[in-house]
Design a protein around this ligand. Structure first.
Ligand code: GDP
Ligand code: MG
Length: 184
């Protein structure tokens, strides 16, 4: 008998960094240049054969427009077990916002909104430096060493990703799910 695990994972970060594109690429295997701001909260489902005993139903929650307001509603954070925090490699302000997003995520634990695992540690989060296909006209040289930054902020890992070229998205999600499963 296989067991099934439902994992609610948040995808957060500033407007336009590529959250919706990453989800679409990962779940539906498509990419579109056309910018369409998502309205309301939306999620996509992906089934993963995790191991011989476990099927993971991964629910990826898109912020869908609410990122304008800086922090998210309780409903969005409730019962989340992990997060992908995304910034755009070509826009410094979105990188500077990463800390704010991570703190917002971690603070929900303080407010007892269950964004923490049952043992009280913050939910695992992976940092995504998206649009790495545009590295050449990006701010990459100005980025502090992501390895150190990510460790200091308490991320379980970081990846340079591209929703356009399908780079490292699977790796980033796998890293997050491994961390979630290991914490249980
Ligand atoms: P969101 O607001 O964070 O959901 O961002 P979107 O997914 O709507 O993406 C914003 C814009 O960036 C769109 O025009 C996308 O086509 C573009 N975009 C997203 N990811 C990438 C990427 O990896 N590379 C490039 N070149 N463009 C991207
Ligand atoms: Mg979006």
């Amino acid at each position: 008998m296989q067991r099934e695990r439902l994992l609610k994972v948040l995808v957060i970060g500033d407007l336009g960094v590529g959250k919706t594109s990453l989800i679409k690429r990962y779940v539906h295997r498509v990419f579109s240049q056309h910018y369409r701001a998502t309205i309301g909260v939306d999620f996509a489902l992906k089934m993963l054969s995790w191991d011989q005993k476990t099927v993971v139903r991964l629910q990826l929650w898109d912020i869908a427009g609410q990122e304008r307001y800086g922090n998210m509603t309780r409903v969005y954070y409730r019962e989340a077990v992990g997060a992908l925090v995304v910034f755009d490699m070509t826009r410094l302000s979105t990188f500077q916002a990463v800390l704010k997003w991570k703190e917002d995520l971690d603070s929900k634990e303080v407010h007892h909104l269950q964004v923490a695992l049952s043992n009280g540690t913050p939910v695992p989060a992976v940092l995504l430096a998206n649009k790495c296909d545009q590295r050449s006209h990006g701010l990459c040289p100005k980025l502090p060493k992501l390895e150190n930054f990510s460790r200091q902020c308490g991320f379980v890992g970081w990846y340079e990703t591209s929703a356009k070229d399908d780079t490292n998205i699977d790796a980033a999600v796998t890293c997050l799910v491994e961390s979630i499963m290991a914490a249980e």
